[in-house]
Design a binder for this molecule. Structure first.
Ligand SMILES: [Zn+2]
Length: 344
């Protein structure tokens, strides 16, 4: 029995030595150390041994098992090491390969448009002004010739925080605030870009939150022709030198007279097409001469001072300039849409 065990040990250790794959070792383990293996079988025959022999053989069997298990273990770690080395060699990094491109972000289309418009007006000598988005009823409406109960307030239903506090419905309060600190004696030449809010149902052309840029010029001897000159310069720089503008009479409570400005349709050059609904013109913004009441409320003497104001939606400008057909594209942060407008 002793010889048999030693024989099995030698046999198993040889097989471990010869093993080239991890699977070979697994086979050795199952074959020699498994429940149906030859060592177990030898142990089963121990009943035939004398009392004195039994512990000796038992001890030997255990030693043999241990030795085989240890040999398998050692060989396995050597094989694993070799396999890893081989893999590393095969996967060596080629440092001369070009790197993966790093994704670079860019400003949102609306931000770009607002900045483009700002640059354009800064070039004409206008200042950029900002104001609070939570506004008082006074600055949002009353100071702009929209007293409580004025029917034109219905066009600008807002989100109220209290009776007197609301989310501003336009950037005009920034004009009122700017005029208010000039003591009625200094000229004003400013534009105010910013977010505004209205209680509108969102659809392809409406959003409860959108962007506005308004402009205001107050000085002595400001005439309607000055307004037309500034707007004409804006339209040509923004949409192309070949664009024509036209002013149509309109109504705003804070300007008198008030106008809507159209630009000639780029698609048809003014002949009429589906984009301009057959008119040859596309509406861009509203404007007018500052109402004497507004000047007076801001402390200016309307017999001495005059001014013009205009307001536009950067979303609408961007939609026309880049052919965007749904205003919601600006707000849902779909990278596929936004990436198209990232400048390299
Ligand atoms: Zn057209």
């Amino acid at each position: 029995m002793k010889e048999r065990l030693q024989e099995l040990q030698t046999e198993a250790l040889n097989k471990v030595n010869e093993a080239e794959e991890i699977q070979d070792l697994k086979d050795v383990r199952v074959k020699y150390l498994g429940k149906k293996g030859p060592i177990t079988e030898v142990l089963r025959g121990m009943g035939k041994l004398s009392k004195e022999e039994r512990p000796v053989i038992g001890q030997l069997a255990n030693d043999v098992r241990e030795e085989i298990a240890q040999a398998i273990e050692e060989k396995q770690s050597r094989l694993e090491e070799a396999a890893l080395e081989k893999q590393l060699e095969a996967e060596s990094v080629d440092v001369t390969l070009p790197g993966r491109p790093v994704e670079v972000g860019g400003p949102h289309l609306l931000t770009s448009i607002v900045e483009e418009i700002e640059d354009l007006f800064i070039g004409m000598g206008f200042e950029i002004k900002e104001g609070p988005e939570v506004e008082t009823d006074y600055y949002n409406f009353e100071a702009l010739n929209l007293p409580k109960g004025h029917p034109a307030r219905d066009m600008q239903d807002s989100f109220y925080i209290t009776e007197e506090l609301l989310l501003r419905t336009h950037t005009s309060p920034v004009q009122a605030r700017t005029m208010g600190v000039k003591n009625g004696s200094e000229p004003v030449k400013m534009i105010c870009p910013g977010k505004v809010y209205r209680r509108d149902t969102d659809d392809a052309t409406h959003s409860h939150q959108f962007t506005q840029i308004e402009g205001l010029l107050v000085d002595k001897h400001v005439r309607m022709s000055d307004l037309k000159g500034v707007l004409n310069t804006f339209a040509k720089q923004m949409f192309g030198a070949e664009r024509e503008i036209r002013l149509r009479p309109s109504f705003f409570p804070f300007t008198e007279p008030s106008v809507e400005m159209d630009i000639s349709c780029k698609m048809c050059g003014g002949a009429g097409c589906s984009v301009c609904k057959g008119t040859g013109w596309i509406e861009i913004l509203g404007a007018g001469m500052v109402h004497p009441n507004v000047l007076e409320m801001a402390g200016y003497d309307p017999t001495e001072y005059s001014g013009f104001a205009f307001g536009m939606g950067p979303e609408r400008i961007a939609m026309l300039k880049y052919g965007v057909d749904d205003i919601r594209n600006f707000y849902i942060n779909d990278q596929r849409f936004l990436k198209q407008y990232h400048k390299a």
